[in-house]
Design a protein around this ligand. Structure first.
Ligand code: GDG
Length: 730
């Protein structure tokens, strides 16, 4: 069986038109279509999407058949669906909010209803074509719910998702009434890609704030699945743009454009009609230039191509009128008999004409207010085969992160944009070449093919990582391996951490005392004479005494500073000093005063700064500040600093759960050892125990432990099962 790749996007990479009663297909020239061409055109691979026109039901079969020849599968949408799901939710909610234009958003319930039902429609078509082992790559903001819907139907399928527009900061994203549903939908993917690292950060932040997903570096753990979030700056087909410049048709266009401006310099701008592109602000900067430096009148021209788009949406219509008016005024005010300041085209052109413009323009002015990436800037760079030309680029475009040899501007700063134009038109050729050659190398190397293979490789890697982690899940091995070894052994050591391992995490540390079920489990386990149960906790010895002093258990408190063998007295580690505490406490107190919700716990040989009740993000920030602040004190005084989950603990270097566990085993030769723990400090035990010991991390699969369990309930199940195992054997 051959595994295939299924690409899914709102639009299919093809244009369909009706000519003389017949549907005629022509390939689309978009960058994405080119880049993914190598994928969907080969083998069994397919691309699923809306064909772009309303096809009456009785003619859909005809379109299905025509598209099938090109490996394309249509999702037919009614004009109602297009209005509500596409024009409505996608373009009147997600587009403005994701581009920071919140006031343009229109949070209509009807839009959302349709967005959900259309995403469901896509899901059912994807699922109908899905076979085991297939890989799905979903594109863009129109289909945010799709990964989740597919995942619900097919738990193990491989899904990648790429968003072509920015992901906004959490404070912006949170305004959407359906924000949790959107994020949950995206979580269905295994790999989530964005253009820039800022988008990645924003997404991770929204995930941990809205859904309490566990985030570590760029990995999210949600409902027991790992989701990797990465930036993949999209590239273009740079060879195509480079080669096109010497195409005879393009050469002809170049000549006629040159003729029309003669010695004047051309400043080029190309955008889809959109308020995110900063078209009006750019016109203002250009007019300011003509006003401030009249010597440029007659010597520079602005070629402005605006490609019609979404002009049924009121804001777009309004923008178009404003542009018309602005251009009209500027031209009326500054034109001369044989010179026009702005050559404005509200239409699209064949790619050959764009190529001619790219290669004749002395300056390309790309100043969006927000842009996921912006491919126009890269196309301009790729077309500059002699390394001349100047790119002015908005810092709000994703491309500015890569093309930093451009003149990078803040598009809201009209004066700065104007000065950049002046600098650009007067830049010496040598400097132009230095800057352009660096950018050309970047655009050539990180081209669209690189982008596609980079994403696909990473997706495969993420899947492999998930699978290898899955095999570490202790529930899967327990029946065969752990239980059999347990049953066959006669001298067992069972090391158990307390908080997070035997009981759930409680925001009040004084709660979380043992419950009846836990006592029963420990009672059962310890009643077996072959078992030695050791509770290894960071808690105070008084607390452990109060809770477990009456049971047949060994107790290690404060990470090993206090120890008690069953039937013996508590002993503290010899030679421990706590003189350092005063100095560290004073520092911690200043942080506790500045950080509502945090508090200090004082133990015999350690101090702990807790921040589990502190506002998300602030606690982590303070923890880092504290660690920096106390770095030197720690070394001078021979202490150790242990960041755990929502805590940092300071203690004597000799105190360590791992050392304590090894001491417990000193001179013994048990035939079964198991250790369970959820915290950073438990890693010391996992590392210190002999390799044949069963080490089990609770709550996460990234650990030195051999296996993991999801939570304390699974720990209890495991312990119950083990004690039942011996009962059967005995
Ligand atoms: C979204 C994100 C992100 C333009 N006019 C004509 C024409 N074009 C082509 C250009 C370029 C493309 O359209 C525009 O791409 P952009 O990247 O600039 O912008 P969006 O359409 O808003 O795209 C954006 C992109 O997705 C990719 O992830 O970069 O941030 O908003 O390729 O050449 N093509 C033809 N005639 C025209 O008149 N043939």
């Amino acid at each position: 069986m051959v595994n295939k790749t299924i690409i899914v996007s709102n639009r299919l990479p093809v244009k369909i038109a009706e000519q003389d009663g017949e549907y005629v297909l022509s390939p689309s020239e978009g960058g994405l279509a080119t880049g993914l061409g190598s994928v969907y055109k080969s083998g069994e691979n397919i691309w699923i999407g809306w064909p772009g026109i309303d096809v009456p039901e009785n003619r859909q079969q005809e379109v299905i058949e025509k598209l099938a020849v090109l490996n394309l599968i249509p999702v037919f949408l009614s004009s109602d669906e297009i209005n509500l799901y596409y024009e409505g939710f996608s373009n009147e909610v997600l587009w403005p909010v994701f581009h920071y234009m919140v006031t343009y958003a229109n949070f209509e319930q009807g839009y959302w209803d349709s967005y959900q039902s259309v995403n469901n429609k896509f899901a059912s078509i994807v699922i109908a074509h899905l076979k085991e082992g297939d890989t799905i790559w979903v594109h863009d903001y129109q289909l945010l719910l799709l990964p989740g819907l597919i995942r619900t139907a097919q738990a193990h399928v491989t899904i990648g998702f790429f968003q072509h527009i920015p992901f906004p900061s959490f404070e912006i994203f949170r305004v959407i009434p359906w924000r949790e549903e959107l994020i949950t939908g995206m979580f269905g993917a295994d790999l989530l890609g964005f253009h820039t690292f800022d988008d990645v950060r924003h997404f991770l932040n929204a995930s941990s704030r809205l859904l309490q997903a566990k985030v570590s570096d760029n990995m999210i753990t949600y409902q027991d699945r790992q989701i990797v979030v990465e930036s993949f700056p999209m590239g273009i087909d740079s060879d195509k743009f480079e080669e096109m410049v010497s195409d005879p048709t393009v050469e002809e266009h170049i000549e006629s454009i040159r003729e029309s401006v003669q010695d004047g310099k051309i400043i080029l701008t190309i955008d889809r009609l959109d308020y995110s592109k900063g078209i009006l602000q750019r016109l203002q900067a250009y007019e300011l230039l003509l006003h401030t430096y009249p010597e440029y009148i007659g010597r520079i021209s602005l070629y402005m191509i605006v490609v019609p788009s979404r002009d049924t949406v009121p804001q777009y219509k309004e923008l178009r009128d404003q542009i018309d008016q602005f251009v009209g005024n500027t031209n009326a005010n500054y034109r001369t008999l044989n010179w026009l300041p702005v050559h404005y085209f509200y239409r699209s052109f064949p790619i050959e004409f764009l190529s001619a413009l790219y290669s004749t323009a002395d300056v390309c002015l790309v100043t969006p207010m927000r842009d996921g990436m912006n491919l126009v800037s890269k196309e301009y760079v790729a077309s500059r085969v002699d390394d001349t030309g100047v790119l002015i680029l908005s810092e709000m475009a994703g491309a500015s992160k890569e093309l930093n040899d451009a003149l990078v501007v803040n598009p809201n700063n009209i004066g700065e944009v104007m000065r950049a134009i002046v600098q650009a038109v007067s830049m010496p050729v040598e400097e132009q070449k230095t800057r352009m050659s660096v950018m050309r190398r970047t655009v050539k190397k990180f081209n669209i093919h690189f982008w596609v293979s980079n994403f696909m490789d990473k997706l495969a890697e993420v899947k492999k990582m998930q699978e290898s982690l899955l095999t570490k899940h202790a529930v899967r091995v327990v029946r065969e391996q752990i239980a059999a070894d347990y049953a066959g052994s006669a001298d067992r050591y069972i090391f158990l951490d307390y908080d997070g391992t035997l009981v759930g995490f409680n925001s009040n540390i004084d709660k979380a005392s043992p419950d009846e079920e836990l006592y029963q489990i420990l009672e059962n386990l310890s009643s077996d004479p072959s078992n030695r149960i050791v509770i290894v906790s960071g808690r105070r010895h008084q607390t452990l005494e109060e809770w477990f002093g009456h049971m047949k258990l060994d107790l290690i408190a404060e990470h090993g500073a206090w120890q008690k063998h069953y039937k013996e007295e508590w002993k503290s580690l010899p030679l421990l000093t706590d003189k350092w505490k005063q100095e560290v406490r004073t520092v911690l107190e200043t942080y506790a005063d500045r950080t509502p919700g945090s508090f200090i716990e004082d133990k015999s040989y350690s101090l702990v700064w807790h921040y589990r009740n502190v506002e998300e993000g602030l606690g982590e920030l303070r923890a880092n500040e504290i660690m920096n602040h106390l770095k030197n004190t720690i070394t001078d005084k021979g202490l150790q600093m242990m960041p755990g989950s929502k805590v940092i603990e300071f203690k004597n270097i000799e105190v360590n759960k791992g050392k304590a566990a090894v001491n417990w085993l000193y001179g013994k030769n048990p035939d079964f050892i198991i250790a369970l723990g959820d915290d950073y400090t438990d890693e010391d035990i996992f590392k210190a125990l002999p390799p044949e010991a069963y080490t089990i991390k609770v709550g996460s699969n990234i650990s030195a432990a051999r296996y993991y369990l999801r939570n304390f309930m699974e720990v209890r199940d495991l312990l119950q099962m083990l004690s039942a195992t011996t009962k059967q054997v005995h």
